[in-house]
Write a protein that binds this ligand. Structure first.
Ligand code: TRH
Length: 390
């Protein structure tokens, strides 16, 4: 009987909460033969990633995962799973907490066995050094005698690692093999309604949050000395983009292609087709790194510009072994793209980065190679839970 794992996900906003949890659930179920149930409160958001999901169903089976609607009054499971993953620390339903208190009252010795759930708090991804001190730390829940630990995704062996399916890199390399790629890319892009790309064009994907810097970026691309074709997912800042289309007479070098929001299973191919990927948040940010192509990250905006510390922490790791030619233009442009107060500098920052494309391509390849030598997050999580002491 495979061990049962429950993943609980409350969607804050956008797609990443659901995106990360679905990716983890699929991998645990299909690569570790675990009996996985994903409890999620926002079925509509998950359905954008999995078109086959029936949002009218409270419980259904997809891709060897049981997907169940999460509410705060959800009836506790008839028997506790081996692991409960509390995604992004959003907490368990009050009904579950009451049942856990009843079953595992404080100060009682709870045997470490399959009926004593291990409570994992899966945190958001961060490159910041401090997460290494918190990763794996015990945080026993008040009034419930259960092991609970923090699990911090990250870029080092001292963290929880990054989500990476076992066959991902082989699939990427097969898609991008020399004899296969031109046809594979053309077929994929034609499916998106993108045809006849000039061979000299720079193909960029732009998955970003709406920002005052967006029109400035589109203007900078329109003024490019060589053609730029931009794949723009339909959900990206529609009003800002339409306003730019209406007010910008000369588009000159830039061609914008609005493309459909793809099933998550297809999203990697979008990144693999492009020469440069603008990504955001957490999951697309990681997927762009596995694509081993140049990328620019827009962090999820936080008050008081706290996200800039997260951007700097990542840039510091990413650029540690970068070619000197990139050590100024890449962080400079990334900071401008993440801080609309600096929008007036965006065009210059883009021009300084755009000329470093060979170095940028090498850095992206080397970084992906370096990261792929590490064990992935699912492996680390399964190992962590198998070795639990408490
Ligand atoms: O959508 P996001 O901005 O989600 C954010 C982040 O996860 C952030 O860390 C979190 O704090 C916030 O939500 C609450 O960006 P992210 O993380 O890249 O998630 C997008 C998901 O959507 C990802 O799994 C890729 C997927 N996707 C598709 O499946 N098809 C598409 O066409 C596109 C553009 C994205």
């Amino acid at each position: 009987m495979p061990a049962s794992w429950h993943i609980l996900c409350r969607v804050v906003d956008h797609y990443g909460d659901a995106g990360v949890c679905w990716r983890l659930a699929r991998q645990l179920a299909n690569e570790y033969d675990l009996d996985v149930t994903l409890f999620i409160d926002d079925a509509a958001t998950l359905q954008r990633l999995i078109p086959a999901l029936d949002t009218t169903q409270n419980r259904q089976r997809i891709d060897n995962v049981t997907v169940q609607r999460l509410t705060d009054t959800l009836t506790p499971p008839s028997s506790w799973p081996e692991v409960i993953v509390d995604a992004f620390g959003s907490g368990l339903p009050s009904t579950w907490l009451a049942a856990l208190e009843r079953d595992f009252p404080p100060l009682t010795a709870t045997p470490k066995n399959a009926n004593t759930p291990h409570w994992i708090v899966l945190e958001y991804l961060s490159a910041e050094p401090w997460i290494e001190t918190m990763h794996g730390a015990a945080s026993p829940p008040p009034s419930i005698e259960l092991p609970r630990h923090f699990f911090f995704p990250g870029f080092t062996e001292a963290s929880g690692g990054l989500l990476r399916e076992k066959n991902l890199l082989d699939e990427r390399d097969a898609f991008r093999s020399l004899e296969h790629f031109p046809d594979a890319r053309r077929a994929f892009l034609e499916r998106l309604g993108v045809e006849a790309l000039p061979p000299e064009a720079l193909l960029v994907s732009l998955f970003c949050y709406d920002t005052p810097a967006l029109p400035a970026l589109l203007d900078a691309w329109a003024a490019s000395p060589s053609p730029i074709h931009c794949l723009l997912p339909e959900t990206v800042a529609p009003k800002t983009v339409q306003q730019w289309r209406n007010t910008t007479t000369t588009r000159s070098a830039l061609t914008l292609h609005t493309v459909p929001f793809l099933p998550q299973a297809d999203f990697d191919r979008l990144l693999w087709c492009c020469d440069l990927n603008f990504v955001r948040g957490e999951d697309s940010f990681v997927r762009a790194q596995w694509a081993a192509r140049p990328f620019v990250w827009q962090a999820y905006r936080q008050n008081e510009y706290a996200h800039l510390a997260k951007v700097d922490a990542f840039l510091q790791r990413y650029l540690a072994d970068a070619p000197d030619a990139l050590k100024t233009p890449l962080p400079d442009f990334t900071r401008v793209w993440n801080d609309e107060r600096q929008t007036s500098r965006l065009a210059d920052a883009w021009r300084s980065l755009a000329v470093q494309r060979p170095a940028f391509k090498k850095l992206a390849r080397d970084w992906a190679q370096q990261l792929s030598a590490q064990t992935d997050l699912a492996q680390r999580l399964v190992t962590f839970c198998a070795n639990r002491e408490a």
